[in-house]
Design a protein around this ligand. Structure first.
Ligand code: SF4
Length: 342
């Protein structure tokens, strides 16, 4: 393995679901993740953003094989060796799973209400046996301290903790296996605004201290801006923009990304003139629009030759500035001012 090898190399990953019985669309295919490719470096945070139903949570789950991929590869470079995580099985899969952990949106639902916090944190050690039994209690106490919780909370049950504390327990459980990568699926969305900043700061501190890589899935572009080094915007299963956070927030190049950014709260009312959040609702991924999936909502393609091309030709993800990719036929022409409301 060379130093240049990314921790994660996702190649043309797709995940489809066949619609089940009793539903009107029975037998049809839903492409939740559609030909997604990206890399993630060690210690890097990738923010994955988009509206509900864009495929971002399915992407996170497919990366970790909570859902089996329909096609594509997920190459992981761990402990000096690169392997295709999307195909390994048995003990090798179990060992590799240790290195990839997930923190879920709802901390109440992800903690067993009948188990004490000590038992919840002991479980990963019992399953993976990566630490001698005599050391486990010290490790559990260390994890509690690391996430800012007191040791005397270990004998309590989840219901006696606040939402923020429960999410800290969820993070401690993920850390128990000494992962290289954590997929954080809307980790602060269910928390009070006042608590979100504390949990985000904790995640940043843990990343610095442990050299962790994050995939941070969220619809909250403000939270993503705070934590992510790079941003991937998803729409109907596809990545439509991929760039460094700096480049993305300074000059987004896809109309959908512009619309999402327009929906961010702006403290200065004079700046609201140019805001134009996404119009309409996201179409069904079972039968997505032809050509560019976004053409039915795109304010940049409303008529004429432009609409003709957008509805008839699938745009490719193109590098339109240094390390800044966008999936739009007209990305070079898109600027924030081009979509301003007058
Ligand atoms: Fe809009 Fe056309 Fe670009 Fe799609 S390809 S985002 S419809 S301008």
């Amino acid at each position: 393995m060379t130093n240049a090898q990314p921790l994660l190399d996702v190649q043309h990953l797709s995940k489809s679901f066949v619609i089940g019985k009793k539903l009107l669309d029975e037998g049809q295919t839903l492409r939740a993740v559609d030909d997604v490719s990206f890399t993630l470096e060690r210690g890097e945070s990738l923010g994955v953003v988009g509206e509900s139903g864009c495929g971002k949570s399915t992407l996170g789950r497919t990366l970790l094989r909570l859902y089996e991929p329909t096609s594509g590869r997920v190459v992981l470079a761990i402990d000096g060796a690169a392997s295709d995580f999307s195909t390994i099985k048995g003990e090798a899969l179990k060992q590799m799973r240790r290195k990839l952990q997930m923190v879920f949106q709802d901390p109440s639902a992800s903690l067993n209400p009948r188990m004490t916090i000590r038992d919840i944190l002991r479980e990963p050690f019992a399953i993976h046996r990566h630490v001698p039994a005599a050391e486990i209690e010290a490790r559990i106490r260390g994890l509690m301290a690391e996430v800012g919780l007191r040791e005397d909370a270990l004998d309590r049950f989840p219901h006696s903790f606040s939402g923020g504390q429960k999410q800290r327990i969820g993070i401690a459980r993920a850390l128990a296996l000494e992962p290289d990568l954590i997929v954080l699926d809307e980790p602060v969305s269910a928390l009070d605004v006042s608590i979100r900043g504390q949990v985000l700061n904790l995640l940043k501190d843990l990343q610095r201290g442990r050299g962790l890589s994050y995939i941070f899935i969220s619809h909250d572009l403000a939270a993503v801006q705070y934590i992510a080094d790079r941003i991937a915007v998803m729409y109907l299963g596809r990545i439509v923009e991929l760039a460094s956070a700096q480049s993305f927030y300074a000059a987004p190049r896809h109309p959908y990304a512009l619309a999402l950014l327009s929906a961010l709260p702006v403290p200065n009312p004079k700046l609201r003139r140019g805001r134009q959040p996404p119009r309409g609702t996201i179409p069904s991924p079972i039968n997505p629009p032809s050509g560019c999936h976004f053409h039915t909502r795109c304010p940049f393609a409303t008529a004429g030759a432009r609409l003709h091309r957008c509805s008839g030709e699938v745009p490719q993800l193109r590098e339109i500035a240094s390390k800044h990719w966008a999936r739009c036929h007209f990305a070079e022409e898109i600027q924030q001012s081009s979509l301003a409301v007058r």
